[in-house]
Design a binder for this molecule. Structure first.
Ligand code: 5GP
Length: 193
């Protein structure tokens, strides 16, 4: 991988429907380039098994989240399938000041909002190989919660419809290939900055 990059910071908006494999891709990308920073959002959603506070998300109560909104702590926040999600402002600003590549794993609504505020950011959309595969992945992940899965599938149609507003679209048909492709896109963009 090409790590001979300038030290200018870069904000990467990383979106894709729920279940497309964004976390797995990010994990693979981090293993290839440990310098990447993946932002940790705040959410009112309950932790899934294996998730922990401060690692996967900052898990907040509704009251704590509203307090953070009122304290202007988020660059953006959305209501997504019944829960609130927000990108912490301070953390992002600090890493950008250090000249880092900062990846925001956020939904399309938040992604487009950030793109408007920060047009110099790079936006990448991850699409599934097919809607059948996405649906299968989502049901397998959350098999006890059909209602939530259905909501997420409906939302995925909206997200895929807006994918052409992103700078790049990649298909996650193979984690290793796809994560390398995303890193290439990021490095090429950085070199051209
Ligand atoms: P999940 O509940 O599956 O972890 O996340 C649901 C959706 O919320 C995903 O598309 C994820 O990328 C998005 N998301 C996570 N954090 C944020 C955030 O801070 N802001 C926005 N707009 N979306 C987020």
């Amino acid at each position: 991988m090409n790590k001979n990059l300038n030290n200018k910071s870069l904000l990467v908006i990383f979106s894709g429907p729920s279940g497309v494999g964004k976390d797995t891709l990010l994990k693979e990308m981090k293993s290839l380039d440990p310098d990447l920073v993946v932002s940790i959002s705040a959410t009112t959603r309950r932790p899934r098994s294996g998730e922990s506070h401060g690692v996967d998300y900052f898990f907040l109560t509704h009251k704590e989240f509203i307090k953070a909104i009122n304290g202007d702590k988020f660059i953006e926040y959305v209501s997504y399938c019944g829960n609130l999600y927000g990108t912490p402002k301070k953390m992002i600003e600090n890493f950008l000041d250090l000249g880092k590549i900062v990846i925001l794993k956020i939904d399309v609504q938040g992604g487009l909002e950030i793109k408007k505020k920060m047009p110099e950011s790079l936006s990448i959309f991850v699409a599934p190989p097919s809607s059948e595969i996405l649906s299968r992945r989502l049901y397998n992940r959350d098999f006890e919660n059909n209602k939530q899965t259905k909501k997420r599938l409906v939302r995925s149609e909206f997200e895929i419809k807006h994918s052409n507003m992103y700078n790049h679209k990649v298909i996650n048909d193979d984690v290793k290939k796809c994560s390398k492709r995303i890193l290439e896109i990021i490095y090429n963009h950085k070199e051209s900055q």
